[in-house]
Design a binder for this molecule. Structure first.
Ligand code: UFG
Length: 338
């Protein structure tokens, strides 16, 4: 397996995966519609790896354009990152989320079938577990009804891929359920670069750290957790990217349909994260306690032993590493990537 089509390959996670693929001797081919990414990311990937991957400005819902990419490249495997990903927005615009996320998967699957491509890794999410009745979460835990349309697209796509694999047992499907990806490339060249005011905790904290935003609002301090604030499993994006390379290697053994949690196995509260950020970077993060955010759960973290055993993969970076890399990127790119 050599040539890997990476959809959404210029995004926060996709670009790190592209770097990791290059470093491991794979040849990524990127498609991205630049909806949530900048073309300058390609230059930065080249600066880091000294290799410029092939890039197509193509929307994965565009079957004709995507088909052309498959026809021009002998693709061995697909890593499908592309998709809309904002929980709140998905509640406002369910039709756009279902259309975009499902259509792109269907187009990719049709192209794979026509070109006899037998390996796919899909970016799923811990959101498929719904509201956890206990932590940690195991891959064998039931997939619940999602609490928002974004999450529902992840549930549906897992199901579609399962059915496709059942119909064609020679297909290999790796479902990766991400917990909370944070951080950036250690070079400070790549990181999380959301449009507008960040929804997620770490990019918000980083913008407070450089004075772009005034003050962090901590959503709730009365949860039944270590200090009352929400607990999540934050994973460094480089560790996450390496999890994809490990999964590609697994797919070479023809395992069929496999599911892995990608997290650290350790929960960190909002306050613990803020303090780690302050310590790692020597900055002060002003915050206020605000009401709970609708839809948030108290505690969510992964059991990662299945990935450790079967993929020989474990997250290596600490929360402090991730805070340092996130701050580095934010400092170097106060207005994001141009
Ligand atoms: N939080 C704040 N203030 C903020 C932003 C977040 O206190 O300004 C808190 C949240 O309440 C939560 C924690 O920080 O306790 C993490 O929140 P994020 O928005 O960063 O992440 P979520 O866990 O809510 O969401 C993530 C992904 C989703 C995915 C979900 C479940 O962003 O895509 O995990 O797996 F669906």
């Amino acid at each position: 397996m050599k040539k890997v089509l990476v959809t959404g390959g210029l995004g926060f996670i996709g670009s790190e995966a592209v770097i990791c693929l290059i470093e491991n001797g794979y040849e990524p081919v990127i498609i991205d519609n630049l909806f949530n990414a900048k073309v300058a990311v390609l230059d930065r990937i080249e600066t880091i790896t000294h290799f410029r991957p092939k890039f197509y400005e193509v929307d994965a819902t565009d079957e004709e354009a995507t088909e052309k990419v498959f026809a021009e490249n002998e693709i061995d495997a697909v890593i499908h990152f592309a998709g809309y990903k904002a929980v709140g927005e998905s509640v406002e615009k369910p039709l756009e989320y279902y259309e975009n996320n499902l259509e792109s998967l269907i187009v990719i699957a049709k192209c794979m079938k026509r070109h006899n491509v037998k390996n796919i890794i899909f970016s799923s999410s811990a959101t498929v577990y719904g509201v956890p009745s206990r932590v940690p979460l195991y891959e064998s835990d039931p997939v619940a009804e999602a609490t928002n349309p974004y999450g529902e697209t992840k549930v549906m796509i897992e199901r579609i891929l399962k059915d496709l694999q059942k119909a064609d047992p020679t297909l290999n499907v790796g479902i990766l359920r991400y917990f909370n990806p944070i951080g950036g490339h250690p070079s400070g060249l790549l990181g999380e670069d959301p449009n507008g005011i960040p929804n997620n905790l770490l990019p918000y904290v980083s913008q407070v750290a450089i004075g772009k935003l005034k003050c962090l609002k901590i959503f709730g301090d009365d949860y039944p957790t270590v200090d009352g604030t929400g607990v999540r499993d934050y994973i460094h994006v480089v560790d996450l990217a390496e999890g994809h390379v490990a999964t590609l290697k697994k797919l070479e053994e023809n395992p069929g349909y496999v599911v892995y949690n990608l997290g650290t196995g350790k929960g960190t509260s909002v306050l613990e994260l803020v303090h780690a950020y302050e310590k790692a970077n020597g900055v002060k993060i002003p915050y206020v306690i605000a009401p709970r955010r609708a839809g948030d759960v108290a505690e969510n973290y992964a059991d990662c032993e299945k990935a450790a055993k079967e993929l020989h993969w474990r997250a290596k970076f600490t929360i402090e590493d991730a805070c340092r890399d996130a701050y580095n990127f934010q400092k170097n790119n106060p207005e994001g990537i141009k």
